[in-house]
Design a protein around this ligand. Structure first.
Ligand SMILES: NC(=O)c1ccc[n+]([C@@H]2O[C@H](COP(=O)([O-])OP(=O)(O)OC[C@H]3O[C@@H](n4cnc5c(N)ncnc54)[C@H](OP(=O)(O)O)[C@@H]3O)[C@@H](O)[C@H]2O)c1
Length: 329
């Protein structure tokens, strides 16, 4: 049977939208339909480069186009709440980049609106859709590794300080936690769960944005997670799962190639690696369209409850480390 084709709209054609669109280009049931930018020239340029049919010089016009089925949002996190609400009010299915919003109140409101309007909404989380991540979860579920005792996850790269860049500008949600530390938090939540206790210490730039953060999660059964993110060190991207009968080491590079090493106690380590086509972003788009085919308003892979747990945990980390997002705490 022919798959239904969906008309996609891109809201905010920046760097991430370009990467995501390269994933969309791999899918048969995608129609690259429209681009909305604050600037019509940027919308036209993006549409031309990637082969979209329409360009709009405002996000409102994009969301009001009756033909658009799904909108991918990749504005700075500070604007995700406003842009998601705009799309939902116009009954557009939404996949919105991480961090989903600035705080958990905003995430709850977005989810309430999607539920009220009966419209699909999903946070664009890369890891849960990746083959190596799924493989790691399966190995853990099979039980041979035993329980995870400790998780150590990190995400760090050196970014030149620029107070207007969204990474350092507080008004745009600047700080390593919401931008990249979120991945270490996702690892802990995905593989162990929501922590019972959180300790955290952060370092700040002259704009007041956080530049490095170290976090400890404690669980009632004695398990722990240590997490780190930074724009100051080339820490790389990885997660070590230290288990009763062996260890799993998951890592990835900036090109999104991913590696998994499975090292059972006393055995030769097994190594797997993969560079998915489309940097792996197409898997999230496939999930959105599969859910729409099935009439669902949320994904079972990134359910609304996961996005709420994630943002509530990020709120707790901010409180524990003194990170303040003015007017959005
Ligand atoms: N999943 C991933 O792997 C991944 C990787 C990188 C980034 N991200 C996420 O994607 C989002 C965008 O990141 P990016 O690196 O693509 O940023 P970017 O290159 O700066 O693009 C952001 C776009 O947002 C629009 N925008 C709307 N209001 C804005 C404002 N007040 N200031 C600046 N730009 C504004 C701009 O487009 P117009 O002005 O043309 O409308 C701009 O091009 C972030 O939330 C980030 O966390 C995810």
């Amino acid at each position: 049977m022919m798959k239904k084709k969906y008309k996609w709209g891109i809201l905010a054609p920046g760097k991430m939208s370009a990467k995501f669109t390269r994933g969309l280009q791999l899918l048969e049931n995608v129609e690259l339909y429209a681009v909305g930018s604050r600037d019509i020239q940027r919308a036209r340029q993006f549409a031309e480069e990637f082969g979209f049919q329409k360009s709009y010089g405002s996000y409102e016009e994009l969301t009001e186009d009756k033909e658009v089925d799904i909108i991918y949002i990749a504005s700075p996190h500070s604007h995700h709440f406003e842009h998601t609400m705009l799309c939902l009010k116009n009954k557009k299915a939404v996949i919105c980049e991480k961090a989903f919003a600035m705080n958990s109140h905003e995430v709850e409101e977005m989810i309430s609106e999607a539920t009220r309007q009966k419209v699909f909404l999903m946070e664009a989380l890369w890891p849960p859709f990746q083959p190596m991540y799924i493989k790691a979860k399966k190995i853990l579920n099979d039980g041979e590794t035993g329980k995870i005792i400790h998780l150590n996850a990190r995400f760090g790269f050196q970014a030149p300080f620029n107070p207007t860049d969204r990474k350092f500008n507080l008004a745009l949600g600047g700080g390593s936690l919401l931008d990249i530390g979120i991945y270490a938090v996702i690892d802990a939540l995905y593989f162990i769960g929501v922590p019972d206790e959180i300790c955290a210490k952060a370092d700040f730039t002259s704009t007041g944005s956080e530049i490095s953060i170290s976090i400890i999660f404690g669980y009632k059964d004695g398990r722990m997670a240590t997490l780190y993110s930074s724009f100051r060190t080339a820490a790389g991207i990885g997660c070590d799962l230290l288990c009763e009968n062996g260890n799993l080491f998951f890592s990835r590079e900036r090109d999104m190639s991913q590696q998994l090493i499975v090292a059972f106690n006393g055995k030769e380590p097994e190594k797997y690696s993969l560079l998915p086509e489309g940097m792996g972003y197409q898997f999230e788009a496939m999930e959105v369209m599969k859910c729409l085919d099935e009439g669902k308003i949320q994904s079972e892979i990134v359910p609304h409850s996961f996005s709420i747990d994630l943002m509530k945990t990020l709120d707790r980390i901010r409180r524990a480390s003194g990170i303040v997002l003015p007017g959005r705490n």
